[in-house]
Design a protein around this ligand. Structure first.
Ligand SMILES: [Zn+2]
Length: 334
């Protein structure tokens, strides 16, 4: 089978080559891949930094493939053959206290497809059967775009207990996660203000703020009656800080990306005296993924698919990814 194999920590160490097809073991399924997404985590694997440093090379990249189950290992029902699925990237350990309590998204021992094991930027991939989730009739590219991005937002909205009629500020609203965040918060009945660096088209009836940077956002929010919730998907710490500054008394902030900055500076006295809260959310539970796919299937999410590349051009997809505009970058494997 053809696969995108990383053999050293450098984009030049990535080649699309012929490799042996994997065989599903106990509790696993073999998926024939149609599409796979391009993610920040792939770039971390390529560079060998952060969470990507866990990858042992050579490694087939690709976290979030979508395709069809074409073989099953022992212990997996044969009825799953032919099912169209998308792969949840994070694999919970299933045995730790967090997993047993149902908080699989916060499992400290979770592993990731395309990082700790070979991924789906390949014609075939083997994953645990539970991680191959029915696509709800969604096309492969749409399911790939939803499975990681929208599921994290579903997790964040649940973690922050966003209620109908609450006033929520979504920062980083122009990206894939941001578009999902605006749609999901709106679907919850929240009153949404979407902030982005570039001009946006409204998805629903959200109010839009265009601000070139965090300072411009701070002044745009100046004098605004505080927000109940800030949902930051920008990955940009000064933007999150501006949002936290705009929270009302007792307001809650949640962020689900730290792709740009690792250091957050806030006014700790304001944070403390005004009883604000901040939580970080990474990955998603299995039921968050199902909910995100159901929202997409019900057309409650906008199309999240952006630029597309054939598998042979996956190196170019990774190279151009940091500059790509709206939507999830998708690689067509077949
Ligand atoms: Zn666990």
């Amino acid at each position: 089978m053809r696969a995108a194999v990383l053999s050293r920590h450098d984009l030049d160490g990535l080649t699309v080559e012929e490799t042996a097809a994997p065989v599903p073991g106990a509790g696993e399924v073999l998926v024939r891949v149609d599409t796979v997404g391009v993610n920040q985590l792939d770039l971390n694997v390529i560079a060998g930094i952060g969470p990507g440093a866990h990858a042992r090379l050579p490694r087939i990249l690709g976290m979030d493939p979508a395709g069809e189950i074409v073989a099953v290992g022992s212990g997996v029902a044969a009825s799953r053959l032919g099912q169209t699925v998308v792969v949840k990237p994070n694999i919970a350990c299933g045995v730790c206290a967090r997993c047993l309590a149902g908080d699989e998204a916060d499992c400290p021992a979770q592993t990731v497809v395309g990082v700790h094991r070979d991924g789906g930027a390949a014609e075939l991939v083997v994953v645990p059967s539970r991680n191959a989730i029915d696509r709800r009739g969604l096309g492969a590219a749409e399911a790939t775009a939803v499975v990681h991005s929208a599921s994290i937002v579903v997790n964040a909205v649940r973690a922050i207990a966003l209620a109908a009629d609450e006033r929520v500020l979504v920062t980083g609203a122009g990206g894939t996660l941001g578009r999902a965040a605006v749609a999901i918060a709106s679907a919850r009945g929240a009153r949404v203000v979407a902030a982005s660096r570039r001009p946006l088209h409204a998805i629903g009836d959200e109010q839009i703020i265009t601000a070139a940077d965090a300072a411009a956002l701070t002044s745009a929010l100046h004098g605004v009656d505080g927000f109940d919730v800030v949902l930051d998907v920008s990955g940009h710490a000064p933007t999150l800080a501006a949002g936290i500054g705009a929270l009302r008394w007792g307001g809650r902030a949640v962020f689900c990306s730290a792709s740009v900055d690792s250091e957050l500076r806030i006014d700790s006295r304001d944070f403390y005296l005004r009883r604000k809260q901040l939580i970080g959310v990474a990955s998603a539970r299995y039921d968050d993924v199902v909910e995100a796919l159901d929202l997409a299937a019900a057309r409650a999410l906008p199309s999240l698919v952006g630029a597309r590349y054939p598998l042979d051009d996956i190196g170019r997809a990774y190279q151009e990814f940091p500059r790509k505009g709206e939507g999830k970058v998708v690689v067509d494997v077949r």
